[in-house]
Design a protein around this ligand. Sequence first.
Ligand SMILES: Nc1ncnc2c1ncn2[C@@H]1O[C@H](COP(=O)(O)OP(=O)(O)OP(=O)(O)O)[C@@H](O)[C@H]1O
Ligand SMILES: [Mg+2]
Length: 351
Amino acid sequence: MPSEKDVLQALAGVKDPELGRDIVSLRMVDDVKVEGGKVTFTLNLTTPACPLRTRLEEAAKEAVKSIPGVEEVEMKTGSIVYATRDYANSDMLKGVKNIIAVASGKGGVGKSTVAVNLAVALAQSGAKVGILDADVYGPNIPLMMGVQGKAEVREDRIIPPIAHGVKVASLGFFYSEETAVIWRGPLVAGAVRQLLTQVEWGELDYLVCDLMPGTGDASLTLAQTVPLGGVLIVTTPQEVALNIAAKALAMFRRLNVPILGVVENMSYFVCPHCGEKTNIFSSGGGKRIAGERGVDYLGEIPLALSVREESDAGRPVVASLPDSPGAQVFKELAFRVAGMVSIVAYAKMKK
Ligand SMILES: Nc1ncnc2c1ncn2[C@@H]1O[C@H](COP(=O)(O)OP(=O)(O)OP(=O)(O)O)[C@@H](O)[C@H]1O
Ligand SMILES: [Mg+2]
């Protein structure tokens, strides 16, 4: 009859390819029980949006099945999200495990679109997610998430509304689009800090922060107010965008923010009539920049009419058209980002 030890030994032969260690020493295995020839155990992934989910689940199950005497394997899967940072010192952020910033060099490259779809895709995978709109000049996250009206304020605490399973906070809740606000540096910093520290975020696996373009006050404040888990750099393939993306990347590096990777948006256009792929803004630049800077390249997102249309209507495409090619790409990206966050968290745990 197999023993619990046999099961753990077999599972210790299964490696998480991203973290480079076996799933037992990574404490991903729990609740091992052996009753006669029947083995039950739980596999806890480091994120519900695990890019290697199926592969790991199959490998774990197979490893246990191959133990002599095992007749039946019942595997439960769950997840315990790794934390890149400990925000215990912050009243409002103490339940937050990972803050992920979405940044770019140039404006209009699709940061907000990426941030929104990333947040919703992570939430769809089962993670607890929030999105913070740190764009004080054009806070359009409420529009893209389909959130209307104002946030509820209780005793100086902002209660974030929930849309598509994601907690949303934006300065857009506090002033109307028509109001011209003159934002000087200290005001920008104050506003970003307020969203971080006055919003009742509760328990979150991921807090996605949509930044303003460039290396300005909001990005600096965010990176200097709280230690970030990592930053995702969005670029388009044109040379002008790439140059500035590289500068943004360098700034976050200087601030010791882990670079999760570079993603190239509006990479190519697929003709809805004939299916031909056109690289409107050239191609391959995002990959090149990532390679030159020694960071991961997380892929390309097509220029798709549905992405723009759904965004404008307050419906992130991963939620409204989950089977569309654009949505699929965003989901894959979200899983890669979650994987990168696990890697950063694990590297920190080892230290
Ligand atoms: N992959 C895509 N396919 C089609 N349209 C897109 C795509 N990505 C972004 N867009 C559209 O491009 C416009 C700019 O995108 P978005 O607002 O996300 O960029 P941004 O980088 O956040 O801009 P800003 O610098 O002003 O904050 C929006 O209208 C958006 O719907
Ligand atoms: Mg934006």
